[in-house]
Design a protein around this ligand. Structure first.
Ligand code: IPM
Ligand code: MG
Length: 360
């Protein structure tokens, strides 16, 4: 059956990096893989065209697709819009609409780039962490939220941190299942010493762990975890955490690997339908300059083949193609060390596509 992919280039550098991901799809289709793809708008681009960051046309296409590739959303041009119309709302809207509760953010250090990290080579060499972030709950979506005036007449903003037992249970199961395919260690990150939400979180994770006696479970408070990630990151295998802690820790973890331009992500529903996106943002400062690193997006394509299409073979080939190109010394600006030649977005995409192409 033909696999139907919806591409949402989004804003800023999104369209540029997505053009490089399409080169990868073209190589695979030319080999005979039954792939088809179409485009729709999300974020600021959707607001400009249709007045909403996640318009009905995109919603329909997203529901019909087998998998979704997303570039990035957001830009200064949209900063003044009311919150409901901002590009970020489009992203949160599609995650919630499609029930993409499990966000996989691997942090993998390429040995070729160990010197691009701000940490010492020995601290990060061989690093392989999977951050599993719950994506459809927590303070991101909790009600009530809003603005009000307090008893003294001062303006006040408030949000609600919130998790229910089933929400924690399902993400915990994804964590334990993932750990079984890796080094069999899960570290659950919370703030149980302060938050009620975290107390429930920890209780549920401990309960789920009983079904996985072969997996070691540890717990860390989020402040400590943030410190441990830069102190001794290789202690971690799978980190499972809530939406806001996962947002913060995954940005931190990206720096262990040298550049935020390298890290892909998958957001999955219960059936492994997924949306795949680089974890970096829309980088409006370098947009349109052929400077963005397309690797995170191309590795997101690999994750799509692995998780939604069950084609670990193709995922492995894409990963290997990226590795070969890095080994050959190809570098975009964000991962170049002093003195290295810098190539552009398009040249990096061409090099990876060429490396992926099988000799005919
Ligand atoms: C991310 C981003 C988003 C988030 C923003 C753009 C809403 O930071 O995917 O990590 O906070 O989830
Ligand atoms: Mg983030």
């Amino acid at each position: 059956m033909t696999k139907k992919i919806l591409i949402l280039p989004g804003d800023g550098i999104g369209p540029e990096i997505m053009a490089e991901a399409v080169k990868i799809l073209e190589v695979l289709r030319a080999e005979g893989e039954a792939l088809e793809w179409s485009f729709a708008k999300l974020g600021g681009a959707a607001y400009d065209a249709e007045g909403h960051p996640y318009p009905p046309s995109t919603q329909k296409a997203a529901r019909e697709a087998d998998a979704i590739l997303l570039g990035a959303v957001g830009g200064p041009k949209y900063d003044e819009l009311p919150r409901e119309l901002r590009p970020e709302r489009g992203l949160l809207g599609i995650r919630k609409d499609l029930n993409l509760f499990a966000n996989l953010r691997p942090a993998l250090a390429f040995d070729e780039l160990a010197d691009a990290s701000s940490l010492k080579r020995e601290v990060i060499e061989g690093l392989d962490i999977l951050i599993l972030r719950e994506l459809t709950g927590d303070i991101y979506f909790g009600q009530p939220r809003g603005r009000r005036s307090n008893a003294e007449g001062h303006a006040e903003g408030y949000d609600t941190m919130h998790y229910s037992e089933p929400e924690v249970e399902r993400i915990a199961r994804v964590a334990f299942e993932a750990a079984r395919k890796r080094s069999k260690r899960v570290c659950s990150v919370d703030k149980e010493n302060v938050l009620e939400t975290s107390r429930l979180w920890r209780e549920v994770v401990i309960k789920v762990a009983q079904d996985y006696p072969d997996v070691e479970l540890t717990h860390q408070y989020v402040d400590n975890a943030a410190m441990q990630l830069v102190r001794r990151p290789k202690q971690f295998d799978v980190i499972v955490t809530g939406n806001i802690f996962g947002d913060i820790l995954s940005d931190e973890a990206s720096m262990l690997c040298g550049s935020i331009g390298l890290l892909p992500s998958a957001s999955l529903d219960v059936n492994n339908k997924g949306m795949y996106e680089p974890i970096h943002g829309s980088a409006p400062d370098i947009m349109g300059q052929n400077k963005a690193n397309p690797i995170a997006t191309i590795l997101s394509v690999a994750m799509m083949f692995k998780y939604t299409f069950n084609r670990g073979d193709i995922a492995g080939r894409i990963d290997a193609a990226v590795k070969r190109v890095l080994k050959d010394g190809k570098r975009t600006g964000d991962i170049a060390s002093a003195g290295e030649t810098v190539i552009g977005t398009r040249e990096m995409g061409d090099a990876i596509a060429a490396s992926l192409r099988r000799p005919v």
